[in-house]
Ligand binder design. Structure first.
Ligand code: XBP
Ligand code: MG
Length: 229
């Protein structure tokens, strides 16, 4: 860990097991708008292959071939409701950081490493997680935060990671990406950044060929040694 000048964190699944909260917020939005849709855990697992909430709703409509005529504005309204509900659930303390995350952040800060975020979710959701878990000063710990709608293409495209590198002013080889999904691994790898995978509930079965290392959680980092080149 010490040889990297910056750690770039994914958010959902990596910092916290947020996906169940997302799923619940999606289902509550569908109920509010009386759509009759319900995303089960297995269905949500397959839908997670599509990154981004609005894109995921569109994919669901395509897959179920329900002949609903839903405009982009209506999808956006549905997603806005989902995002507001997610923030309420998060503020209620429903989702702590994963074990080892706070310690990893603290250790990196002590070592003088920069911290950054490259995520597919919205900045609003990142801030909701930070204020519920890291407190008011949470955002200030991170030198760069790039969220889903702030780049042209979401993961597995490298855009979010490339923008973070640009904001940090560091070359890819000096950074370590910390991810939980194959789409995240692809995104960071396409930006030339080595990737540490921390397995999460929804993506524990995925293949992570090409990862720098794969661990079960950041609490394992205590025993993690960087291979000598
Ligand atoms: C994961 C995602 C997100 C969330 C939902 O992002 O794909 O779409 O599931 O969030 P990451 P939104 O792992 O990169 O943090 O509904 O706000 O898109
Ligand atoms: Mg993730």
């Amino acid at each position: 860990m010490k040889r990297f000048r910056a750690l770039i964190f994914d958010v959902d699944g990596t910092l916290a097991e947020t996906e169940e909260l997302h799923r619940r917020a999606f289902n509550e939005a569908f109920a509010y708008f009386d759509l009759g849709w319900q995303w089960s855990i297995p269905l949500y697992r397959s839908l997670l292959q599509v990154t981004g909430g609005k894109e995921r709703i569109r994919q669901f409509i395509r897959l179920t071939s329900c002949r609903c005529e839903i405009s982009d504005d209506e999808v956006a309204e549905l997603h806005r409701f989902k995002t507001a509900r997610y923030a309420q659930l998060m503020a209620s303390g429903a989702c702590p950081l994963r074990p080892g995350v706070a310690e990893t952040i603290r250790a990196a800060t002590v070592r003088g490493q920069l911290l950054a975020i490259a995520t597919t979710t919205s900045r609003h959701n990142v801030e909701a997680l930070f204020s519920a878990t890291l407190g008011e000063d949470g955002t200030r710990l991170f030198s760069a935060v790039v969220a889903g709608d702030e780049v042209d293409q979401k993961k597995p495209a490298p855009d979010a990671y490339l923008k973070v590198l640009d904001l940090l002013g560091l070359p890819n080889r000096d950074c370590l990406a910390i991810e939980d999904s194959r789409n995240g691994l692809l995104a960071a790898s396409r930006a030339g950044i080595p990737v540490l995978i921390t397995r999460s509930a929804y993506f524990c079965e995925e293949q992570f060929d090409g990862a720098f290392a794969v661990i079960d959680g950041l609490d394992d980092l205590v025993n993690f040694e960087v291979p000598v080149e």
